[in-house]
Design a protein around this ligand. Structure first.
Ligand code: KG4
Ligand code: ZN
Length: 331
């Protein structure tokens, strides 16, 4: 069986086809970064319109690269949430329309679950349930205990900004453009002082919750106070990135100690951060697994892969309506 996956929850239009073994047969990804860059963040209405413009050509290109036609598909998976309502509707409408016209199953996919599952595709990961997962994206920061497909327990989450959101907002304050994560990472690499003097929020709090809003404000105040030169700005980016990484690390250590689980998956857009990968690779007595670099940020492959898992387990229900869930709890 071949599964077509469609991602359109935010500012990336992703289309991919995988086969039953999880092999990627073809993939296309279009990023709207340039469209939103001048506004310093995603403009929802522009995002929806651009998904509409791009989705059909991407579908055609993906099919032709795989040398397949729609009739070869066994199921259609699409992101049904969480995300921007208009953007989600584009992928959901196209996905449902294809499924209805071919009379094949459609599988609405939870975007964060797709991030959580895609590390199964990492080579030689040996990943199997149960495991702990740190999910770090532009909209979510969570520590999840993944017991099995569709069986997730959220152990902790951000009480305010998501990590990716904090990266994006700090980058905006530092006038580094959008998206912020890669820009902060690049600048942090240029820090010579490597001064590591920012607070680690909620690190002593017994819960596994996070809060990044205070750190974001601290970073802004430090920027206003000290950052006159490029070097000083790089030092601030460095200190911010260190504080975030250390905080995530400490909370995951706590989650592992409390649950006794030894496998930790780190997934979502922020898992592309090299400093974070480096730090987590040092976790002692643990098996830490990341998605492949090209599958960290949003893409169609992760949606096709999540859909495939549900298709293989026969866990899907037919529908005669198009439904999306802009806010959709994982648990
Ligand atoms: O998972 P994702 O592509 O979209 C959402 O589901 O939100 O994550 C996007 C987020 C953005 O906030 C972006 O700044 C962040 O991931 N990000 C990074 C890096 N690459 C992307 N953050 C830190 N370092 C990076 N290298
Ligand atoms: Zn995402």
């Amino acid at each position: 069986m071949k599964v077509l996956g469609i991602e359109s929850s935010c500012d990336e239009t992703g289309v991919a086809i995988i086969d039953e073994s999880g092999k990627i047969l073809a993939e296309r990804l279009y990023s709207q970064i340039e469209l939103h860059a001048e506004y310093g963040g995603v403009v929802p209405e522009l995002a929806s319109r651009d998904h509409i413009r791009k989705i059909t050509p991407l579908l055609k290109d993906t099919l032709s690269e795989a040398n397949l036609i729609l009739e070869d598909m066994g199921a259609i998976a699409y992101t049904a949430g969480p995300g921007l309502v208009g953007a989600l509707f584009v992928g959901a409408s196209v996905g449902q329309a294809i499924a209805w016209s071919l009379d094949i199953p459609s599988i609405p996919v939870h975007h964060m679950e797709a991030h959580l599952l895609v590390p199964f595709l990492a080579q030689d990961s040996g990943l199997c349930f149960p495991f702990l997962c740190l999910l770090v994206s532009g909209g979510h920061t969570m520590i999840v205990q993944a017991n099995g497909l569709g069986d997730y327990e959220v152990l902790g989450q951000s009480r305010d900004d998501a990590v990716g959101e904090a990266f994006d907002k700090v980058a905006k304050q530092l006038e580094l453009g959008y998206p912020g994560g890669p820009a902060i990472e690049r600048l942090a690499n240029q820090s010579e002082s490597r001064r590591d003097n920012f607070p680690r929020p909620m690190i002593d709090h017994p819960s596994m919750d996070f809060s990044f809003s205070g750190l974001k404000t601290h970073t802004l105040l430090e920027y206003r106070k000290t950052a006159q030169t490029h070097e000083e700005k790089a030092d601030i980016a460095y200190a911010f990135q260190q504080a975030v990484t250390d905080t995530l690390f400490a909370k995951c250590q706590r989650a592992m100690a409390q649950t006794g689980m030894k496998t930790l998956v780190v997934a979502g857009g922020v898992s592309a951060n090299r400093k974070l990968r480096e730090k987590f690779s040092q976790l002692e007595d643990a098996n830490v697994i990341f998605p492949d670099m090209n599958l960290c940020t949003d893409n169609g492959v992760m949606i096709a892969y999540a859909g495939l898992q549900y298709a293989l387990e026969g866990k899907f229900a037919g529908t005669n309506e198009i439904k999306v869930y802009p806010r959709w709890p994982l648990q």
